[in-house]
Design a binder for this molecule. Structure first.
Ligand code: AHM
Ligand code: MG
Length: 342
């Protein structure tokens, strides 16, 4: 590499630079959000490194045994939760945390409080952790009305009140995707620099896709509109080509592909699970927020996902999200089924 090329390498849009640029558009901003985000990014880098090492630790027979510090090896999901709780509290910018791994919400001690509320799934895709398939962290950010008197009601808010949402995917590369309400941007971790670099500016989901993504093993219990939609993906009534099926079983990976390639991802309600499987606050809301910010839609089978008002922090909700036209078509199946039943 010559000097010029070397110099260019330092002129990169890192995530910190990107967030500072965004911040400068709001002169009244005091930089709290930037600090919060840098702590989230640090948590992601830490978890990324732990996920990358996990397979090796196992091969070397370290899992379940003590590490060099004499500590027990923690399970990755437990470790990830601790990493994010610590990173968020130490930012000094949070007052309330809701994690998939913790039954109760965490109220940050008054001295360490800031105005933000963070909901997160520290390591989503539990069935894929042990076999090295892509997994990820999902998060959403709200603001408390009054950080000194924050209550659970401050987080039991519809998804469209989120200030920001994103995910980090620990896959063949480590990718951080975020929206602060002005579109969606994707960053890839350059391991040699330890920095996330803007690689996917202003992500827009294709208006229509040719992939559907669902756990078809649940088909026996599906509602009629889902069965009809999926049948139509395989045997299109209009003579178009059938869609492809892709299902990783890690929401972050399935949503990431859907954002970039288009199509539809769903974890719908079924007869056994009328609320579906995915959690509203830290799975359905952040991903629906990103989808809408990228020009797609997120539907529950009854209404728009972001309009739901959670009653409990670990509540579940069905979700069908992706390309605008594909979700529109799904809505038509639901509308037709409702009209038939009437
Ligand atoms: P988890 O929080 O236990 O990891 O479950 C969430 C995951 C999602 O990542 C994924 O979309 C879904 O569960 C897969 O569920 P299933 O194995 O039923 O298809
Ligand atoms: Mg999860």
């Amino acid at each position: 590499m010559d000097h010029e090329e070397e110099a260019k390498r330092t002129d990169l849009m890192t995530i910190s630079r990107f967030v500072l640029n965004e911040q400068s558009k709001f002169p009244e901003s005091r930089g709290d959000f930037t600090i919060l985000l840098s702590h989230i990014v640090l948590g992601c880098k830490y978890v990324c490194s732990a996920v990358n090492k996990a397979g090796l630790a196992k091969l070397l027979g370290l899992a379940g045994e003590t590490n060099v510090q004499g500590e027990d090896q923690k399970k990755l999901d437990v470790l990830s939760n601790e990493v994010f709780v610590n990173a968020l509290i130490s930012s000094g910018r949070t007052c309330l945390l809701v994690s998939e791994e913790l039954e109760e919400a965490v109220f940050v001690k008054p001295k360490q409080r800031g105005k933000y509320i963070v909901v997160f799934d520290p390591l989503d895709g539990s069935s894929n952790i042990e076999c090295g398939v892509s997994i990820g962290t999902i998060f959403g950010i709200y603001a408390a009305k009054d950080k000194d008197n924050v209550t659970l009601d401050d987080v039991l808010q519809p998804g469209n009140r989120m200030l920001a949402a994103g995910y980090c995917m620990y896959g063949s590369s480590c990718m951080f995707v975020i929206s602060t309400g002005h579109g969606v941007n994707g960053f890839t971790l350059d391991p040699s620099l330890g920095e996330f670099i803007l690689t996917h500016p202003n992500i827009k989901i294709p208006k229509k896709g040719n992939i559907y993504s669902v756990n078809e093993g649940n088909a026996k219990n599906w509602e009629k509109p889902i069965t009809e939609y999926v049948d139509n993906c395989k045997f299109p009534q209009d003579g178009s080509s059938p869609k492809s099926l892709r299902y990783v079983g890690s929401m972050v990976a399935d949503i990431h592909r859907t954002l970039l390639y288009g199509g539809i991802f769903m974890y719908p309600a079924d007869k056994k699970n009328p609320d579906g499987k995915l959690r509203l606050l830290y799975e359905v809301f952040p991903m629906s927020y990103l989808m809408e910010q990228a020009g797609g839609q997120a539907f529950t089978g009854k209404g728009m996902a972001l309009d739901l008002v959670p009653k409990k922090i670990h509540e579940r909700s069905p979700v069908i999200l992706g390309s605008y036209d594909d979700v529109e078509q799904m809505k038509a199946f639901y509308a037709a089924s409702k009209a038939n039943d009437a």
